[in-house]
Design a protein around this ligand. Structure first.
Ligand code: PMP
Length: 328
């Protein structure tokens, strides 16, 4: 028998799938790591389970406690998945930039969701992180996960995602491509792979994101990149992100991200989210400069199911000016 005692036990061990149609004309193989096959549906299950375990071990999260976090959705889903079985309550502050599907999924898992306005300055009482900090301070037995500054987040990827990729490729991986939200995935996975062999780490970043030198202006792809409100008066660079691990960035537009996500679904049968489109668009640019002796691994963080009302909705795409009007 091969049985996990809980959903949290089933986190990790996701498959690698070689991309075909979208890599036509390229000689370098590109392997996609299907993180959307985690039990909570995203790469963030790894960080969420590790952060809860660590908080329990340190005694800062105790039986009957409440897990609080500011999340774009997937970390919340991972935390709620673990919390359901261990009897913790969950309260999440989420920006209204996140898809309705993410809010609905969190509520289905029993979490309380406080939807906050996107684009307000970080010091505004209505900013997601201010709301999460206030709820944590006011709720007895609360623990704020703080994924942006929690060392257990990158460590989860150093201990699981990195070793999995090394093993699955038999040590042949030469390039890792991933988006950067908290930076946990790229920092932990990249650090492990660089210690294991000569692996180049490439961040796939929204064009306006601060991580890759953009102006910090708004963009549509969810959960990756770093943007700053013009009135921000503090440095919010996450400590979960180590810029030294990233060798370079590929900068990808919303349009290219979303069209690549749609191509992955239709041409590869891989139903993944908008940030997966960003990552694969970046991976194809990297692979176009490489040959058959190289091997690119790209992280697909979550599922297209969370974006049925956005990236995979033609009317929404047309509203964003990213799809031509249908023929009359
Ligand atoms: N893509 C999606 C869909 C995510 O939810 C996240 C997590 N914010 C990321 C990418 C980036 O992962 P990380 O926080 O580990 O940088």
């Amino acid at each position: 028998m091969s049985v996990h005692a809980t959903a949290a036990g089933a986190v990790g061990g996701t498959p690698l799938v070689r991309l075909g149609e979208v890599t036509r004309g390229l000689s370098c193989p590109v392997y996609a790591k299907l993180e959307y096959l985690n039990p909570g549906g995203s790469v963030k299950d790894r960080a969420a389970a590790a952060m809860v375990d660590d908080a329990e071990e340190r005694g800062v999260l105790r039986p009957g406690g409440t897990i609080v976090e500011a999340t774009s959705g997937n970390t919340g889903i991972g935390l709620a998945m673990v919390a359901a079985r261990r009897g913790y309550a969950c309260v999440f502050a989420m920006s209204d930039k996140s898809s309705a599907e993410k809010v609905a999924t969190l509520r289905a898992l029993g979490a309380r969701v406080l939807v906050c306005q996107a684009g307000v300055p970080p010091q505004d009482p209505g900013h997601v992180r201010q709301v999460a900090q206030r709820v944590a301070a006011e709720t007895p037995g609360a623990w704020l996960a703080d994924q942006y500054n929690n060392a257990a987040n990158p460590l989860a990827h150093y201990r699981s995602t990195g070793p999995e990729i090394w093993r699955q490729t038999g040590g042949a991986v030469t390039h890792l491509v991933a988006g950067v939200g908290t930076g946990g995935t790229i920092t932990g996975t990249g650090r492990f792979l660089k210690e294991a062999g000569a692996v180049t780490v490439v961040g796939a970043d929204p064009e306006r994101s601060l991580y890759s030198g953009g102006d910090g202006g708004p963009y549509l792809v969810e959960s990756i990149g770093h943007f700053l409100h013009p009135d921000a008066d503090e440095d919010l660079w996450p400590t979960a992100y180590d810029p030294a691990v990233v060798d370079r960035f590929e900068r990808i537009s919303d349009r290219d991200s979303f069209h690549m996500a749609r191509r992955l679904a239709r041409e590869e049968g891989l139903f993944a989210g908008g940030s997966s489109g960003t990552a694969v668009a970046g991976a194809l640019r990297v692979a176009s400069e490489l040959g058959p002796e190289d091997l690119v691994v790209v992280i697909l963080p979550d599922s297209g199911h969370l974006y049925l009302s956005k990236v995979f909705d033609d009317a929404w795409m047309r509203e964003q000016g990213m799809l031509d009007a249908p023929d009359p």
